[in-house]
Design a protein around this ligand. Structure first.
Ligand code: ADP
Ligand code: MG
Length: 734
């Protein structure tokens, strides 16, 4: 599957938005962020620090200041990535930063303004323009999906019922890596269609949230595009390359503690933070390079981005900043985060001929429909030629088949028409024939009618087949054919020039950065001094420079320590909250849930490693198991029901009807003493059971089971004694 395997680092670019009106009126003039576009550096000033304190400098692959254009960012930093996706690589772009710093602006932008369109619309344009301009032997299939992760739940934004159903599950396969099970994916044939998909998803996102801004800053949105491309290889066979593009707009990275949330909101915040802090941990672990374990499984987001961070993908991270001084801490954190991400190494490779390529299935289905259609048409043609009296001979030659296909289609249509005309004529002739009997006429007309019906049915079936074939074929985009290319040659040239300029800027920046590093290293080598005075001056200068650097690093260490302490305090606070909640739940369990119920629940619990959580085992065992349990016991083989040993022996001794069925009763003789007293009317009423047994055959009574007779004995004897006592008293009273 892998063709090119090499390692490359995650590209990190930083973008700063302009000051907004509120910030302009509040804060001091200008922001705290300065950018050196040529060197790709961000210089951050601490508004609370004395002016003597050195400013913090970070270097990135590219930086974009407040006056930067959407198009520049795309051409310089995103275009190469999309080109890779079109060549069959996996690609990811994610925007990271505090809420309100321009993540959504960068990813989506203003749709209706071509100048302000963000990465996503530009990528749509890029992909479909590329397809329309590629050679006609290439076939493409483009699919899009849209999902969001909200409160650690994956929701399909293209599923109309996504609000009612439970979150989707993540699965992993060696072929495609981690994927979302049952995620809707739409085949898109044009820019318009894929934009429609995006709109539907955005609306679903807006409907699900009461306050859109609140919601969007708390959920992570992922727009996924799969581009499959089939092209004949040198071996003459068609090879498929699959590129997957993830466009990710992350939730705001601000600290939730700042906003003072509590209760349910805190839980929600903890869950957003869970994903983001898990992302931070993954980035740290990868950037560190020493720790063997990377905690991808800690959150849904990191699992989904597993390939994009340290795996098979090319990744661009856009870190967004606000220039306002009140957000200094956040800005610094974002910059540190981005700085760390630079060190992540990915191993991108071309996905060639994966087993699950949908394009292959589409091609097979199209070929099948085409064969079916051709078969029908050939049959019609054959019949027509037989009618015409020509000898029909089918040529197996492939090329001729291609050329003749249209001719066959035409002839097949002609055949249908001719056949219809022939039947009409026959009908006419039958009606006018005076020598035929009325009955015979009716029969012949009926037959013709039936043939006509058959013909129409066949025609309809062929039409349906053609429609299906055409619909299927239209889903595949063929290079240079399906989409009308609006751009003329001049525009194409312009684009190429822009691309070249972007490429040049990029390489210039890289060279500048290299030079800076080399400069620092080579300072000592270059210095030769003519006088002692000069040497002192030069060394003092160097000392000052190094001292400044030392101060910078010291400040950095202090900052990192402070940050560490702060995040530790926050974690402790969260831990306290969670411990309190846990204690509360324990208390409920101890006091309100009976121990046996608790045990039952405990016994049913099992850990699902796939989902990384505890689940209940099903109450009803599997079908396979239950059928096993229903197996007949060995003692009952050949009998209707289990049967006692005694009954079996008795049955084998002779065919006495008494032992035909089971016998589970006690067969001892009845121990009831014979009742010798005469029964009165009153007694009969008081003990109906005794009455029945007494009036019936006494032998039956003797064969009663021990339990039954015992009962009847006690009841009858007590009755007897009662009546026995009563009779004399009543006699006395009388
Ligand atoms: P986020 O998604 O990070 O919460 P948004 O993208 O919604 O932030 O941006 C917040 C506001 O700032 C929006 O009104 C947006 O138009 C504006 N904005 C962000 N970045 C820029 C930029 N580079 N140029 C002009 N306006 C911007
Ligand atoms: Mg946003």
């Amino acid at each position: 599957m892998s063709k090119i395997k090499s390692s490359e680092s995650v590209k990190v670019v930083v973008r700063c938005r302009p000051l907004n009106r509120k910030e302009e009126s509040n804060g001091p003039a200008g922001g705290i962020v300065q950018m050196d576009l040529r060197l790709g550096q961000v210089i951050l000033r601490n508004p609370r620090a004395p002016p003597s304190e050195p400013q913090k400098t970070f270097t990135f692959d590219a930086v974009y200041d407040s006056s930067s254009k959407q198009r520049d960012l795309y051409d310089e930093s995103v275009r190469p990535l999309i080109d890779s996706v079109l060549a069959g690589f996996n690609g990811t772009i994610f925007a990271y930063g505090q809420t309100g710093t321009g993540k959504t602006y960068t990813m989506q932008g203003v749709w209706l303004d071509p100048e302000k369109q963000g990465v996503i619309p530009n990528a749509f344009d890029h992909i479909f323009t590329h397809i329309s301009r590629s050679q006609s032997d290439k076939q493409y299939l483009v699919r899009a999906s849209y999902l969001e992760i909200y409160r650690e739940e994956v929701r399909d934004l293209l599923d109309p019922n996504h609000g009612n159903t439970r979150g989707l599950e993540l699965r992993e396969s060696p072929e495609t890596g981690v994927y979302v099970q049952d995620l809707t994916s739409c085949v898109c044939k044009s820019i318009k269609e894929i934009e429609e998909v995006m709109n539907v998803g955005n609306q679903a996102r807006a409907v699900g949230a009461t306050d859109m801004n609140e919601h969007s800053s708390r959920s992570h949105a992922l727009f996924l595009i799969t581009v499959e491309c089939s092209q004949p290889g040198p071996d003459g066979r068609k090879h498929i390359r699959v590129g997957r593009l993830n466009l990710v707009d992350l939730a705001g990275s601000e600290r939730q503690a700042k906003t003072g949330v509590q209760g349910d909101r805190l839980k929600e915040a903890a869950k957003i933070n869970l994903s983001l802090s898990a992302l931070g941990n993954v980035i740290s672990a990868l950037a560190d390079g020493r720790s063997g374990h990377v905690p991808y499984r800690d959150s849904k987001l990191t699992r989904l981005l597993q390939d994009s961070l340290g795996g098979n993908a090319k990744t661009v991270m856009v870190a967004t900043l606000g220039p306002a001084s009140q957000h200094y801490d956040e800005t610094l954190t974002t910059l540190r985060y981005a700085n760390r991400a630079k060190n992540i190494q990915n191993q991108p490779k071309v996905n060639e001929d994966p087993k699950d390529a949908l394009l292959r299935e589409f091609q097979k289905e199209i070929a099948r429909l085409r064969a079916q259609l051709n078969h029908r048409r050939w049959r019609s043609k054959q019949k027509k030629e037989q009618m015409d009296g020509e000898a029909w001979e089918r040529d197996g030659d492939e090329e001729e088949e291609e050329v003749e296909e249209e001719e066959v289609e035409k002839e097949a249509e002609e055949f249908v028409k001719l056949e219809e005309q022939r039947l009409e004529k026959e009908n006419e002739a039958i009606r006018e024939d005076q020598f035929l009997l009325a009955e015979e006429k009716q029969r012949l007309l009926g037959e013709n009618e039936k043939m006509m019906g058959d013909l129409r049915k066949r025609q309809e079936a062929t039409e349906q087949l053609t429609a299906r074939y055409k619909a299927m074929e239209s889903k595949l985009l063929v290079g240079g054919k399906n989409i009308i290319d609006h751009t003329n040659e001049q525009q194409k040239m312009l684009e190429m020039k822009r691309q070249e300029i972007a490429e040049q800027t990029r390489s210039e920046r890289e060279m500048q950065q290299q030079m800076l590093i080399q400069d620092e290293e080579a300072v000592e080598l270059r210095d030769t001094f003519t006088s002692l005075q000069q040497e002192v001056e030069a060394k003092t200068k160097k000392l000052k420079k190094l001292y400044a650097k030392l101060q910078c690093i010291k400040a950095e260490i202090k900052d990192v320590n402070d940050e560490h302490v702060r995040s530790r305090q926050e974690l402790e606070q969260t831990q306290n909250e969670l411990t309190r909640e846990l204690k509360f739940k324990y208390l409920i369990i101890e006091n309100f849930i009976p121990p046996e119920e608790k045990n039952k629940i405990m016994n049913r619990l099992m850990f699902d490693p796939e989902e990384d959580q505890w689940k209940f085992k099903p109450l009803v065992p599997d079908k396979a198991k239950s059928s096993q349990m229903k197996k007949r016991p060995a003692s009952a083989v050949g009998y209707k029901r289990p049967i006692s040993q005694y009954a079996r022996v008795a049955l084998s001794m002779g065919a006495h009807s008494r032992y035909r069925a089971e016998n589970i009763m006690f067969l001892e003789l009845d121990t009831t003493p014979p009742n010798t007293s005469a029964l009165t009317d009153g007694e009969q009423n008081q003990s109906p059971s005794l009455n029945i047994s007494a009036t019936k055959d006494k032998g039956v009574c003797k064969f009663r089971s021990w339990c039954q007779s015992q009962k009847s004995i006690t009841s009858s004897s007590s009755n007897n004694s009662l009546t026995g006592c009563q009779t004399p008293t009543s006699a006395v009273a009388m």
